[in-house]
Design a protein around this ligand. Structure first.
Ligand SMILES: *Cc1c(COP(=O)(O)O)cnc(C)c1O
Length: 421
């Protein structure tokens, strides 16, 4: 569910007409709904009611300061995967003890930043990382709270580029080696083991892979406890998918997911952390773009937009489907015809949709890409020297630019011509 609906023939973001935002900031742009962000956060929070828990929003999905502040004020923790994300979370007002640090390649500098600034836990992904963390903590005279990310060798049945829980993936340590690695960690005086971490992938549309992974985590918890480790916290990762394409087989709800967690892990008495990203931010955002040209080709027509793959890379990168709707509601019963929807970038991959059934559109008309709030703006680039597009946050009848469009001078002046040239 989201808060982008037609009212009297015009698409609204909560109580703001999308066309009014376009008139003020120009196209293309991203627009996010506060109400949808909060609704999704609360669905997860409520799904875990009755268990000691923290929802740590995976901020790589959308890390705008205003989005982080919105969720942090509602009580969210954050899952960060770099020193930059750690700094962003702190700058948005998230206390260190609500931040978990994930990622396979944490550098010594990133580790030090988090140890000095305060951290809830590091989710450690390898033995060399354990050693660096131990040394850094000892040098600073502190103890680093850790979980170890285990790779349960479960097929998440999602796109190969976002599956992370098979043994061939770079993430975590093989679950079969967990006892040995926990023993090593226990012998390092700079570390304090607090639990276990797992994250098997993104855009999962079925609970079965979660269930398989969580059953292995339950078993491992008991084994590690018998080995003398104080396993009191389980970080279960993120990954619950969203319905990009309206079908009859919608992904499971956060409440189903919460019930699964209680069923598989509730008996262990652990504090639970989850790290949803996409399900919180995905349907809370649109990318809005204008038609530049309608072009007739050989056997097919093209809708050429001012938004492109550098602004929203998911279709090019993951063959992702996004619903694309006109900002002015088409008349009921209007004829639709197949058309290719593309951007202006000089790559054939700059194609958002092929042979999509669309009502007639003309130059200047606005369209909105739905479900663009996660892995949209954060993955954008300035390829083809197209400035990063602005981000807008709506709350009720108010809206604000939360990242402005850079000027061409800013874009060009980031480069330096050496004096010897
Ligand atoms: C990407 C990621 C998440 C979030 O995944 P979503 O599919 O956006 O929910 C959570 N945890 C880790 C470690 C991740 O890498």
């Amino acid at each position: 569910m989201d808060h982008f609906l037609y009212r009297d023939g015009a698409l609204y973001a909560e109580d703001v007409a999308v066309a009014d935002i376009a008139a003020e900031v120009g196209t293309p742009f991203y627009v996010y709904s506060t109400a949808t962000l909060l609704r999704h956060f609360h669905l997860f929070d409520e799904a875990l009611e009755g268990m000691d828990h923290l929802v740590c929003y995976a901020m790589k999905a959308n890390s705008n300061q205003a989005v982080l502040r919105t969720l942090a004020q509602a009580g969210a923790g954050m899952d960060v995967v770099s020193g930059g994300e750690y700094r962003r979370a702190r700058a948005a007002g998230v206390p260190g003890d609500r931040i978990v640090f994930s990622g396979v390649g944490k550098t010594e500098e990133e580790i030090r930043t988090a140890l000095q600034g305060g951290i809830r836990q590091f989710n450690v992904e390898s033995e060399p990382e354990l050693a660096v963390l131990n040394a850094s903590a000892r040098a600073l005279g502190v103890t680093a709270p850790i979980t170890i990310r285990v790779n349960p060798d479960v097929d998440a049945k999602t796109h190969a580029k976002i599956a992370t829980g098979k043994s061939e993936n770079k993430f975590g340590i093989p679950i079969a080696r967990a006892r040995e690695v926990y023993r090593m960690a226990a012998d390092m005086p700079g570390l304090e083991i607090v639990g276990i971490d797992v994250h098997i992938g993104s855009q999962l549309t079925d609970l079965a892979p979660f269930e398989a992974a969580y059953r292995k985590v339950a078993e491992l918890t008991e084994t590690l406890r018998a080995d003398g480790h104080d396993i009191r916290r389980l970080d279960l990762g993120g990954g619950l998918g969203i319905p990009y394409e309206r079908t009859n087989a919608d992904p499971p709800l956060p409440s189903d997911y919460g019930a699964l967690i209680k069923r598989t892990l509730g008996h262990l008495g652990c504090e639970i952390e989850i790290e949803p990203g996409r399900l919180i931010a995905g349907n809370a955002g649109l990318m809005v773009s204008a038609v530049i040209y309608v072009k007739s080709g050989e056997g097919r027509d093209f809708l050429i937009l001012d938004g492109a793959m550098n602004d929203l890379i998911r279709p090019a990168m993951y063959d992702a489907y996004h619903d694309i709707v006109p900002v002015t509601e088409p008349a009921a019963g209007i004829d639709r015809a197949p058309i290719d929807i593309v951007g202006p970038v000089c790559e054939s991959g700059d194609t958002f949709a092929k042979q999509r059934m669309m009502p007639p559109l003309a130059a200047g008309d606005l369209v909105a890409f739905r479900s663009a709030g996660a892995y949209g703006a954060v993955m954008s680039s300035e390829y083809n020297s197209r400035p990063l597009i602005p981000e807008i946050l709506v709350k009720g009848d108010q809206f604000a630019v939360i990242r402005r469009r850079p000027t061409f001078d800013e874009l060009i002046n980031r480069d330096t011509i050496p004096e010897w040239l």
